[in-house]
Design a protein. Structure first.
Length: 195
């Protein structure tokens, strides 16, 4: 339970790092492209979308986030219930400790170790299941966004479309080239159709 937030934070940090490296790579490609375009004498169009706004308004992302929270809550409830049950057994052993024989004490110690191992194994299984769910959903979300942008760009003909967030390397943005609302509206429309 204590580690879930740490794990999720590390995952988010990793994803930010991946996005940063990907945007850095795209910027290098853009520079090469700009230099090639300047020499050829042609222009190109760039657009961006606000990732934070997309996350706040894209219903599929919100639904996935709610599902992840529900799964985490169920996991925490299950682990808390198991922990309470284990604690009750431990309390019973403590009350009987003065009257236990050596064999009973050894049996209680063995059962205690088994309880700890089972609890740890179940906790790890649940955490891995939650992590797998989140990773699979992130992949699906990214694919949906990429597919939509490809289709969207067939009509708009942008050379590059960047994702902007507070941690990106873009320091100035012209709202004329902000396509966030188009993406939110289009992605939500597609999601409603798929329900």
């Amino acid at each position: 339970m204590k580690y879930i937030s740490t794990i999720l934070s590390l995952i988010a940090l990793g994803l930010i790092g991946v996005l940063f490296l990907d945007q850095r790579r795209q910027l290098d490609e853009l520079k090469k492209h700009v230099e090639g375009e300047k020499s050829a004498g042609t222009g190109f169009k760039i657009a961006y979308f606000d990732l934070d706004t997309l996350q706040a308004h894209y219903q599929y992302m919100l639904d996935v986030k709610n599902q992840a929270v529900d799964r985490e809550n169920k996991m925490n409830e299950e682990l808390s219930s198991a922990d309470r049950k284990n604690q009750q057994q431990i309390d019973e052993w403590r009350q009987k400790s003065n009257t236990m024989t050596q064999a009973e004490g050894e049996d209680a110690q063995r059962k205690y170790q088994e309880m700890q191992q089972q609890f740890a194994a179940r906790k790890q299984e649940l955490e891995q299941g939650l992590y797998k769910f989140e990773e699979e959903e992130r992949t699906k979300i990214r694919k949906r966004i990429e597919d939509f942008i490809k289709e969207y760009n067939r009509r708009k003909n942008y050379s590059y479309i960047f994702a902007y967030d507070a941690n990106s390397f873009i320091y100035n943005k012209d709202t004329l080239f902000n396509i966030t609302n188009d993406l939110v509206d289009g992605l939500n429309a597609e999601y409603k159709k798929s329900k």
